[in-house]
Write a new protein. Structure first.
Lengths: 485, 220
């Protein structure tokens, strides 16, 4: 039963990728892309309900493992992938109309979009730490050609940097995985089961601490490169700024989360083996550093997509910090922040994408007065910015509030650093976005009507999470937080 | 204590691997670099084969075969084809400070031996002392990626990094599960194809494969 539900979840995007590899240049390719993403979303909802009802499950002879934590990310991934596909339908047509993209490029885009979803879902659901690595690398490979889709010098440079830096990062993660296997093999014997997370989790207290310590450092630095943690973050702003906007939205909203999921899986094992707070301390350090560096960098940004990419680094740093603190409240807050950040950031990128199309530039100084020409894009961007800056009543406020109050309680010295960094980020982003939205306009009309339903759907969800958290959802998050410890 | 012949042989191959990593670090001609990469792949395949034989791990025979096919034949062939098509076959890279690079390389080797020492002490299998060498060749490839300015040599460095990792997998753990190894091999193959596509895109856009042209993206 669980086998077939999981099979549907993985087969829909895979077959979507193959179908679009064949039919990607047809006029209805965008609709097919959305349809496949919708199918994936439905499959993820069915799987989620099943897991919440009956608890963690293994599938396909233990090769896959789904619990409340990763099914939460599966649902989030499938949902944002679906709404992004809705957004990309008119967005990519406008790009084509503006002569920036050819049919061949769109063909590549649609096919790779589905394959990217597939790779992320495999990375999330697999039980094998080796396959996690393989799928993460596959996710990079599917997006690298999308970052360079426009073939401009800047986009090529961004894609090359993305490829090389993530390649190096992920190579370090592979070394960490090998060390993990080295430690596990002594307990679980050679062969297939020694990399299965469920087996490792059962014997984690017996895993050799010295090896696991070293393995975790490699895994954190490796997957941390993909999360966008400082100091290996420099690929992220480039890739987000130069790639097409739907790709920026899914990279920021989804891929970073998936990489963090891999880190969390390793952390659970290391905590069990060491019995100390070593992994948590490392994560807190990297998280705090990322928050500070990213918020200071925000001031220097002139490109609107680059600025929101730095904001993603800041928020991923905050989530890493929260998970690093550990404990039920901080982990709960981290999960909530993951959700609201994904939803808000992708909504912002949708609005930004259309704003850039209307003005023909990504330089903020030249984007002015969006509200005058198109109130919906303007309000979408303004509300999204309010939400991401942690204004009540949006959900980002609740999660940041929880993170900071926990930090105050557990690690008081971090609170001023966090508050100052968040304050700087607020001043930088608000100061730059305010004239973009209000004031005299520079925008033009678009040849296709923009897709704004996803923007407001996401913001509405974030608002709802800020005002009222359904008990069903709260219970689910609590269960997931308990699994992470 | 008598060291078994197979272990001596593996140790010899590990030393060769490290030597080739150093040779690649300082090799300036692109053609020779690719040949060195193929040689590294061959040594890797041979050592995997010896481990497979001495530890009677049957799935390692497949890995050895896969390595031979992929890293000695297919990837070097692809790279040769690429540099012929791109007309960079006889290119010589200007590199500054080879002696300094070598010294940094030696420091990296010492560092990785130190880092791996506590792990090596834990090992009881025949080949487990070699993890330091594997880590050293991984770090040397990373150093090579940092010092190179040509796109092709960066990619060769990337691939040789993967060789080092593969050596870690066979020497420290007697091979990862086959499904993982197959997945990794597939990723490497696809990555090489994408790199190939990139070479042409970069050449078309910048008229050169020099990545110094690609340092324009800054924060302001």
């Amino acid at each position: 039963m669980i086998d077939s539900q999981l099979l549907a979840l993985l087969l829909i995007p895979l077959s979507g990728g193959l179908l679009l590899a064949v039919f990607g240049s047809r006029s209805w390719a965008a609709e097919l892309n959305s349809l496949m993403s919708f199918g994936t979303f439905v499959a993820s909802v069915i799987l989620t309900m099943r897991i919440i009802d009956s608890g963690p499950q293994v599938a396909f002879g233990e090769e896959f493992f789904i619990d409340q934590f990763n099914v939460f990310l599966v649902a989030l991934t499938a949902f944002v992938a679906f709404t992004t596909s809705l957004f990309s339908r008119p967005y990519m047509r406008i790009e084509q109309h503006h002569g920036k993209l050819s049919v061949g490029m769109l063909h590549l885009y649609y096919s790779m979009y589905q394959m990217f979803t597939f790779a992320m879902l495999v990375a999330l659901t697999t039980n094998n730490m080796g396959i996690v690595w393989v799928a993460m690398e596959a996710a990079t490979l599917t997006t690298v050609l999308l970052v360079s889709l426009y073939r401009t010098p800047a986009s090529l440079e961004a894609a090359w940097k993305y490829f090389i830096l993530c390649g190096v990062g992920i190579a370090l993660a592979l070394f960490g995985t090998i060390l993990l296997y080295f430690a596990a093999e002594r307990l679980l014997g050679e062969g297939g089961t020694a990399l299965l997370w469920t087996h490792l989790n059962q014997v984690k207290s017996g895993l050799e601490p010295t090896v696991l310590k070293l393995a975790f450092v490699f895994l954190l630095v490796g997957y941390g490169t993909k999360v966008g943690l400082v100091p290996l973050h420099s690929w992220l702003p480039d890739a987000h700024a130069e790639g097409p906007t739907p790709v920026s939205a899914v990279l920021s909203g989804l891929l970073l989360n998936v990489a963090l999921c891999a880190v969390m899986r390793s952390k659970v094992l290391v905590d069990g083996s060491l019995g100390t707070h070593f992994a948590g301390n490392l994560m807190m350090g990297f998280g705090l550093l990322s928050v500070v560096v990213a918020s200071v960098s925000l001031f220097r940004q002139k490109d609107i997509k680059r600025m929101f990419a730095y904001s993603s680094i800041e928020h991923m740093g905050l989530i890493t910090f929260a998970f690093g603190m550990g404990g039920p409240v901080a982990t709960f807050a981290g999960l909530l922040h993951m959700t609201v950040h994904s939803l808000t950031k992708s909504a912002i990128f949708f609005a930004v994408g259309h704003a850039v199309q209307k003005t023909g530039t990504q330089v903020m100084e030249n984007i002015r007065g969006l509200l005058q020409v198109s109130p919906t894009v303007g309000w979408g961007l303004a509300l999204g910015t309010f939400a991401i800056l942690g204004m009540p009543p949006f959900g980002v406020f609740s999660s940041e509030f929880l993170i900071i109050t926990t930090a105050m309680h557990e690690y008081p010295w971090t609170t001023p650093i966090l508050l100052i960094a968040l304050g700087i980020a607020f001043a930088a982003i608000f100061g730059k976005i305010q004239p973009v939205v209000f004031g005299e306009t520079t925008a033009k009309r678009l040849p296709h009507s923009p897709a704004l339903i996803p923007v407001f759907a996401h913001l509405l969800l974030v608002l709802m999470l800020g005002l009222y958290m359904p008990p069903y959802l709260a219970n689910w998050y609590r269960q997931a937080a308990a699994l992470l410890g | 204590m008598q060291i078994p012949l197979s272990l001596q042989f593996i140790n010899l191959l590990a030393a060769l691997l490290l030597l080739i990593a150093f040779a690649m670090l300082t090799q300036r001609r692109i053609l020779s670099l690719i040949n060195l990469f193929a040689l590294q792949g061959f040594v890797l395949a041979l050592s995997t084969f010896v481990v497979a034989y001495s530890a009677s791990q049957h799935h390692l025979y497949y890995s050895a075969g896969l390595t031979l096919l992929l890293k000695v034949l297919l990837l070097p062939w692809l790279l040769h084809r690429l540099i012929r098509k791109l007309n960079v076959r006889w290119d010589v890279e200007t590199m500054i400070n080879i002696p300094t690079t070598m010294l940094v390389g030696i420091a990296l080797v010492i560092f990785s031996f130190n880092l791996a020492a506590p792990i090596s002490q834990l090992s009881e299998g025949i080949t487990r002392g070699l993890i330091g060498i594997a880590l050293a060749s991984v770090l040397l490839s990373l150093l090579m990626m940092l010092t190179r300015r040509k796109a092709v040599s960066q990619v060769v460095a990337f691939l040789s990094l993967e060789n080092g990792l593969f050596f870690a997998a066979t020497s420290a753990t007697q091979g990862m599960p086959l499904v993982v190894e197959l997945g990794i091999a597939l990723d490497v193959l696809v990555a090489t194809f994408i790199f190939g596509i990139f070479f042409f895109q970069i050449r078309e856009t910048f008229d050169s494969l020099d990545i110094t042209h690609m340092e324009k993206l800054k924060d302001d």
